[in-house]
Design a protein around this ligand. Structure first.
Ligand code: UD1
Ligand code: UDP
Length: 382
């Protein structure tokens, strides 16, 4: 029996972790014991608890309640808490997801006391170090023992950075193993898709017609914190809704919700608030989100996860950032990087309106990434 210690903290990590926990429960419960540590980075019920209730994720064994704060303060609290638990639990390895401050804290705490790190979603790069996530990913990858990249581009990034693709066991900090293995988010999307269809009432509740609304999410720190960018995004959304008479639903991240009245001009703020076509709602559950993605005409987002889920459901996506780690989406022609640029966003929308057929090649595996990851952990972590 090996013991894995999983770190989760931010919304997307809770969702990603569901895939591995499910596989452990269904296929490897006699070989693997999972201890879950929630850092408490996200704590509102609709950013955390809702996913445990809905996705059948085991209740965390520990919650560090780190909460919000500056990067340094938040990460430091998490490092301290994770170190203590690692020393007590003595797991065979730590599982880290993605690129948040919770990921970084796990990487620092585990590497200092030589607990092997398994990084799920390794190798992704925006090549923009002003993004806090880019720093977190690079640091985490550099101290990991098993690195699972969801995409070929991610795997190639690691090779370009000097990771050897031909290492042989035993793997260690100094002899890491890199994999291209598919995406656990795709596993989850396939697994929960029909359940979402059965259970979600979100379209009905919000009077949305199938294929006749846009789904928008905005939470990236530069978009929320820089008034010029936030204003440009909302001007574009407002114009698109009015000129096309199309409804827009915007489940708003608490970060954005808190900054909307402060960073939007008062005129635009009241225009948006009084535009009946724009429906701003609180963050929704994963099943509701899947239902919204599956039935939208198009998705506009600065989220990493939502970009991909749009692709999984064969929806075009306007990326509200200056670059993306998921470059395959753009290369397939189904996603356009429009940044927080009003003109570019509207141009992308007009282009997608006229596009008759999109290509959605198989890019993210076969829905069994979590099982593969679990098998490799069992083979290589002792
Ligand atoms: C974090 C991740 C980001 C990820 C996002 C997923 C980092 C550096 N960023 O960004 O990579 O895409 O999560 O959603 O780790 N807040 C609440 N309630 C909550 C959580 C947050 O009100 O439950 C508010 C607080 O005002 C907080 C702000 O949101 O200061 C930002 O939260 P934080 O976790 O620091 O970063 P995110 O923007 O959520
Ligand atoms: N998500 C959700 N409810 C919402 C918004 C997003 O369940 O109101 C899900 C979404 O389907 C995806 C994940 O959260 O699986 C993405 O998280 P987020 O956009 O917060 O972060 P990112 O992926 O950019 O790190």
């Amino acid at each position: 029996m090996i013991k894995l210690l999983t770190i989760i903290g931010a919304r997307p990590q809770i969702i990603k972790a569901a895939a591995l926990s499910r596989v452990i429960k269904n296929k490897f419960s006699d070989k693997v014991r999972e201890i879950i540590v929630h850092t408490g980075q996200h704590y509102d019920d609709n950013m955390s608890q809702i996913f445990f209730d809905e996705l059948d994720i085991p209740h965390p064994n520990y919650n560090l309640n780190a909460g919000s704060g500056s990067h340094g303060k938040q990460t430091a609290l998490m490092i301290e808490g994770i170190e203590e638990i690692l020393l007590k639990e003595k797991p065979n390895c730590i599982i880290l997801y993605g690129d948040t401050n919770s990921t970084l804290a796990g990487a620092v705490a585990a590497s200092k006391i030589q607990v092997p790190i398994v990084h799920i979603e390794a190798g992704l790069r925006s090549f923009n170090k002003s993004m806090p996530e880019e720093i977190n990913r690079i640091i985490c990858d550099s101290v990991s023992t098993l690195l699972f990249s969801p995409t070929k581009a991610g795997f190639d990034n690691l090779v370009k950075e000097g990771f050897n693709k031909k290492t042989v066991p035993p793997y260690s900090f100094d002899n890491p193993k890199i994999y291209h293995c598919g995406d656990v988010m795709f596993d989850n999307t396939l697994f929960f898709s029909s359940l979402a269809e059965q259970k979600s009432t979100i379209l009905k509740d919000n009077h949305l017609e199938i294929g006749n609304y846009l789904l928008v999410t905005i939470h990236r720190n530069n978009n929320t914190d820089e008034p010029n960018r936030l204003n440009a995004l909302f001007r574009a959304i407002n114009k698109i809704s009015l000129e096309n008479k199309i409804k827009i639903i915007l489940p708003l991240h608490p970060r954005t919700a808190k900054l909307l009245s402060k960073n939007l001009s008062s005129e635009l703020y009241s225009t948006v608030k009084t535009n009946d076509l724009i429906k701003i709602v609180s963050p929704v559950s994963f099943l509701e989100m899947i239902a919204l993605e599956k039935n939208a005409f198009l998705v506009m987002t600065d989220s990493g996860g939502v970009q991909k889920e749009a692709f999984f459901f064969k929806k075009p996506c306007i990326i509200l950032r200056s670059e993306t780690e998921w470059i395959e989406l753009v290369n397939s022609g189904s996603a356009i990087v429009a940044d927080a640029n009003e003109v570019e966003i509207i141009k992308a929308f007009e282009k997608f309106k006229k596009t008759k057929r999109f290509k959605f090649p198989v890019l993210f595996g076969d829905g069994n990434a979590a099982e593969f990851i679990c098998e490799e952990i069992l083979k290589n972590i002792h």
